[in-house]
Ligand binder design. Structure first.
Ligand SMILES: NC(=O)c1ccc[n+]([C@@H]2O[C@H](COP(=O)([O-])OP(=O)(O)OC[C@H]3O[C@@H](n4cnc5c(N)ncnc54)[C@H](OP(=O)(O)O)[C@@H]3O)[C@@H](O)[C@H]2O)c1
Length: 303
């Protein structure tokens, strides 16, 4: 259940009331209920009615609303998945801060101006600057390279980030991990997968009741490389549709080793981004999420 906002009217005005005088500065009061997530607004209103007796001319309504003010830190917000997350978060009115070595991307879209871009390496980050006031952190850190490089960026970089967020008291950590493609264990021992699983364990052990691990397969969308857009959706979208349409025929094959290299459905970068937004706004959304569950979570918050 989303806790984005909850609203409780403690007492209601009589139904015959015709005019409500809305809260003035004097009649409203504000109290911060929790340091990171909730601001509690208490509002008092007075109501007046010409046809009622002098005694009952005014009634008081107390309204208490918990409004969650979200501040999301995106580690790698300048990347392919990270920028889709930043864009989706901005579209939902969430404040966004990105940390990446390159800082602000060259993209001139209007949402880019609404993100705070901090240039920096996760291994040497000034966390006081990055994490202050954050309600959630999402890490898109990961990639390919030598065995050592893959262990470092998929594993150690995320371990550093999880611990920084935990030490800072950030209540939620979301990790973009990867589907295991049903690979035999000797292939899962590569630096890429061992790094990912190390990062997952860190998230789930430090955030047992709020940590989110998303395991997408191939992610498609428009990837920007050196100022050019590569339309991965021209491949990803039709493959996703074909696999979905043929799912009942291909399901028996899914127990075969590595079969998911062909059968795991691609997922759009926007679905991954909106699944992250669902994780940010829904306190009941935590644990490990498969490709299908990522799509379901995205559908809940997509407009
Ligand atoms: N793309 C896919 O199909 C796919 C599929 C499954 C899972 N995933 C996972 O999804 C995640 C995002 O993938 P992606 O395709 O969006 O990758 P990407 O485009 O390469 O983005 C990675 C981001 O991390 C930043 N970064 C890298 N090293 C950093 C460091 N030391 N300090 C701070 N920032 C750093 C990069 O910016 P700088 O280089 O400027 O620092 C970039 O913004 C990865 O973990 C990947 O394994 C991707």
């Amino acid at each position: 259940m989303s806790s984005l906002s909850s609203f409780a009217a403690i007492s209601r005005p009589p139904s015959s009331l015709k005019r409500a005088s809305f809260p003035s500065r004097q009649s409203s009061h504000f109290a911060f209920a929790s340091q990171n997530r909730l601001c509690r607004f208490g509002i008092k209103c007075s109501y007046a009615e010409s046809s009622v007796t002098e005694d009952s001319k005014s009634a008081t309504i107390d309204v208490v609303a918990d409004v969650k003010t979200e501040r999301l830190v995106v580690l790698g917000g300048s990347g392919f998945v990270g920028s889709a997350i930043c864009k989706a978060a901005v579209s939902k009115g969430i404040e966004v801060i990105s940390l990446s070595r390159s800082g602000r991307p060259t993209d001139s879209s209007s949402w880019v101006d609404q993100v705070t871009w901090i240039p920096g390496d996760v291994f040497y980050a000034n966390w006081d600057e990055v994490l202050v006031g954050a309600t959630a952190v999402v890490s898109t850190l990961g990639g390919f390279g030598s065995e050592e490089q893959m262990k470092r960026i998929n594993g150690e970089a995320n371990v550093v980030a999880v611990n920084a967020a935990k030490d800072f008291g950030i209540p939620k950590f979301i990790l973009i991990s990867v589907h295991d493609y049903n690979l035999p264990s000797f292939l899962l021992s590569s630096g890429y997968f061992t790094g990912k699983r190390k990062a997952e364990s860190e998230v789930l052990s430090k955030y047992p009741n709020s940590g989110v691990v998303l395991r997408p397969g191939f992610i498609y969308g428009r990837r920007r490389v050196d100022g050019f857009e590569i339309p991965l959706d021209l491949i990803g979208e039709p493959v996703e549709r074909i696999l979905s349409a043929t799912e009942s025929f291909t399901r028996p094959l899914s127990s075969l080793p590595a079969s998911d290299l062909l059968l795991a459905p691609p997922v759009s970068v926007d679905d991954v981004a909106f699944a992250v937004i669902n994780g940010v706004t829904d306190d009941d959304f935590f644990g490990i999420f498969t490709i299908e569950q990522i799509k379901e979570a995205a559908a809940k918050v997509r407009v």
